[in-house]
Design a protein around this ligand. Structure first.
Ligand code: CA2
Length: 145
């Protein structure tokens, strides 16, 4: 079981800026929690972050044949990127959309996800645990194939 975790713009700042909004946990801390859960469930993890939309698109395209599931926190690109949506649809790998915050309880522009219609499901609003739950959901998706 190979799971690709993708993180979009500004998530590299987690734990370093705006702790009142996004908490004090860093992306490295999150990766450690994800790896811990994945190890217990017998899954391999690749965990990446980029601020570049095109890099996310390339990583999604290249995932075919190497990964069973993609988990993506596309951050702000969630709400803007037709390119990401097209890449997810084109590749056809089961993709799980995740967010730390409950985007539906925030500004209206965060209520719309352009990638949601081409994803298997969403996990939002559980903070760091959204990532850990995504490991569980991924294993579930793989085992149900
Ligand atoms: O809740 C989430 O996981 C989001 O994907 C986070 C994005 C936001 O644009 C989405 O609407 C919801 C923002 C990530 C930016 O992270 C920062 C971390 C520290 C300081 C500033 C930004």
């Amino acid at each position: 079981m190979n799971i690709l975790f993708l993180n979009g713009p500004n998530l590299n700042l987690l734990g370093q800026r705006e702790p009142e909004v996004y908490g004090r946990t860093t992306l490295a801390d999150i990766e450690a929690k994800v790896r811990d859960r994945a190890k217990k469930l017998g899954a391999e993890i690749d965990f990446r972050q980029t601020n570049l939309e095109g890099e996310l698109v390339s990583w999604i395209q290249e995932a075919k044949g190497h990964f069973d599931v993609i988990v993506i926190n596309a951050a702000a690109y969630t709400h803007t990127s037709v390119a990401l949506r097209d890449a997810i649809a084109a590749v056809g790998l089961p993709t799980i959309e995740i967010h730390l915050s409950n985007v539906h309880a925030r500004e209206e522009f965060r209520h719309k996800s352009l990638i949601a219609p081409v994803c298997r499901g969403q996990i939002v609003g559980f903070g760091v645990n959204s990532y850990v739950l995504a490991v569980e959901a991924s294993v579930n998706v793989i085992e149900a194939r």
